[in-house]
Design a protein around this ligand. Sequence first.
Ligand SMILES: [Zn+2]
Length: 389
Amino acid sequence: MKKKLLYSLVALVIIYGLVTLIVPPIIEKGMNLVEYTIPRQINSEAQTLYNSLDFIADLHCDALLWDRDLTKKVDYSHVDFPRMQEADMALQAFTIVTKSPKGQNFQRNSADALDKITLLNFVQGRSPSKWFSLYERAEYQARALSQYPERYNGNFILVKSRKDLKYLIDSKKVNTKVIGGFLGIEGAHCLEGKLENVQKLYDEGVRMMAPTHFFDNELGGSAHGISGKGLTDFGKAVINEMNRLGMIIDLSHISPKMIDDILDQSTRPVLVSHTGVRGTKDSPRNLSNAHVKKIAELDGLIGIAFFKGAIDGEIKDIVEAMKYIRDLVGIRHVALGSDFDGAATTPIDVTGLPLIVQELMNQGFTKMEIRAIMGENVKRFLMEHLPSK
Ligand SMILES: [Zn+2]
């Protein structure tokens, strides 16, 4: 009887081990799709301009959610380090997702819905503490990225300060293989309602945070939640703490009321890491003209996302949203905010970025404007707003 029990236990452990090896890539392959694969037609003028860019940056990707070794190139999903090098990318924001409600949609999600990430972390073989603690999930992903500078033989730089950013820029001039990343968070429910966790996550290297994700939380209402609330008292305290530490506030996914509250309260410029604009696609996911104007007045930055929902789904739609912001408030406020590996389908992976340049040229953007969108605006913003060292 005891032997039988032991055999069953061993069999269960083996099956679980196999599940953790086999299932996560299957899930990821089905979720991070590229709509238009090869052949991609890129004209020589666009490629030449792309090759001349010396700082390409993107404000949002969720690659840390998936259990993938980012130092290895794979033939699915959107981002890994070898493909960043192929695209000659300088800096990618790696954002941490800790909870995702079942049936996730842009209209209405309950915080009490079944959390899909609990199941994902289970099949990924992450330890039981990550199945239940949102804070530990965030800490785990932050530490995962923090290991890469050593694991990638110094070719990956984790940017936590202006000094690191300067080091990245200087290193890239002598070694084009060098790439960089910085850490953000999607949804401050991972603070688990504790103000001191802002400092703890800052100490783990996090430099950007969006107060809510798909559902309302302790800080206030999500754009896709139920309450539509603005900042709560706890939310206000978190914004003050982020301002104090120099952690950048990301307005993606939050309710219109909360955007107003934060724009009224924050003493520092904000950004929107991945969004569209209602002017080209009327969706609760996207920014109104009034918000675009107010963010620009405060010298903020708006990253345009690549997925259907923020835009209509094609490269020309991404560029149209960029054009809309440029015409409304100026080129200084436009950036890339792909949402690569964010469980969404995008028209390109990171190696397809030259196609964005080509479309920007087609739609009449000047070389200076293209440089600004492709990375110079992000560089300037971070040089002004990251902690000095
Ligand atoms: Zn998002």
